[in-house]
Design a binder for this molecule. Structure first.
Ligand SMILES: [Zn+2]
Length: 326
């Protein structure tokens, strides 16, 4: 299959996944994470090797080209079709959230998208991370090198980010990437100012230890909206019970469901577009529904549905553990 055919096939898969009837934001069926974030092929090769790239790209949409576009105000979608990578612009310097997968489908694709908007890569001053899995952190080292930007992430994400994805509590060493140097860390509720931009970190652990939800305001004229890049709340194939690697995992998820549900939230974005019906909304806007991305109920709906999926899985694992002990 040639490259163009491969890309077309990937896009077909994504488009049909986006139109699955009956799925709700936050459900693992809707966000694609059940398959998307399961690393079933452990890799023992060096982080830069092609085999490592392949082991991270569990979904072809994660490297599928996507024309960048403005979501609202100074917030832009600049990633591949199947990953949420966002650029927030200001005359005083730009902020990028996430870096896609390691290898050619990650940083080079994102950089080409940003350049196509007429933006100089060197005007990106900060790169933030949503969480430390390879499909969101894999391209950050290359992006930091090419832009000269600082890398900013939560303290709890540093062991994985700076080791290149090693020792994931659920997946071990199966999603590796080039290690990075985190130049600044954030704590829960901390706001960071870069010139005209103000972004706030909300720690939402569970999916990973360092999982972070980022919020900021974007304006069009006098209309300013709360934008939220929600942290992943799925637990695809996670061991939730009696897991010595993650003794606090249930408590962590519970606090994250509560936090995200309560955030001021006019536009919800996400590391995986299906988590917030992103492409359905983009399609509706194309058809003339100008405010299709605006939905103040979406953060709550996402958290509520994720909590339901989580509780169901937790009950199943607790029942299974109890029956073994009997
Ligand atoms: Zn993840």
């Amino acid at each position: 299959m040639g490259y163009q055919q491969l890309v077309l096939a990937a896009l077909t898969v994504v488009v049909s996944a986006c139109h699955t009837a009956g799925t709700k934001p936050g459900s693992q069926e809707a966000n694609g994470e059940r398959t998307a974030e399961r690393y079933t092929q452990p890799s023992s090769v060096a982080p830069e090797g092609p085999a490592t790239y392949a082991s991270c790209v569990n979904d072809p949409s994660w490297i599928a080209p996507q024309k960048p576009f403005r979501i609202y105000g100074n917030t832009w979608n600049v990633g591949p079709r199947g990953l949420g990578v966002f650029l927030i612009t200001a005359p005083t310097g730009h902020v990028l959230i996430d870096g896609g997968v390691p290898g050619p489908g990650g940083a080079p694709l994102i950089e080409a998208n940003i350049r196509s908007l007429g933006i100089d890569l060197h005007d990106i001053k900060w790169i933030l991370n949503s969480h430390e899995h390879c499909d969101h952190a894999g391209g950050i080292t290359q992006l930091a090198k090419d832009t000269g930007a600082q890398v900013i992430a939560s303290t709890a994400s540093i062991p994985m980010l700076e080791s290149g994805g090693h020792n994931d509590p659920q997946y071990g060493d199966s999603g590796l990437y080039t290690p990075m140097r985190v130049t600044r860390t954030v704590t829960d509720g901390e706001s960071l100012r870069l010139g005209d931009l103000l972004l706030t970190a909300h720690l939402t652990p569970g999916h990973t230890r360092g999982n972070t939800t980022w919020t900021w305001l974007s304006c069009e004229g006098a209309r300013c909206l709360n934008i939220v890049d929600v942290g992943s709340l799925s637990a695809p194939d996670y061991k939730l019970v009696d897991n010595p690697n993650s003794p606090d995992i249930v408590k962590d998820y519970e606090s994250s469901f509560t936090l995200i549900a309560a955030l001021p939230c006019d536009i919800a974005l996400a590391p995986h577009p299906g988590m917030v019906d992103f492409w359905d909304r983009a399609g509706r806007r194309e058809q003339g529904a100008t405010d299709a991305f605006i939905d103040p109920t979406l953060c709550r709906a996402y958290a509520t549905n994720a909590r339901k999926s989580f509780d169901k899985e937790l009950t199943k694992q607790r029942d299974a553990a109890a029956s073994v002990k009997r």
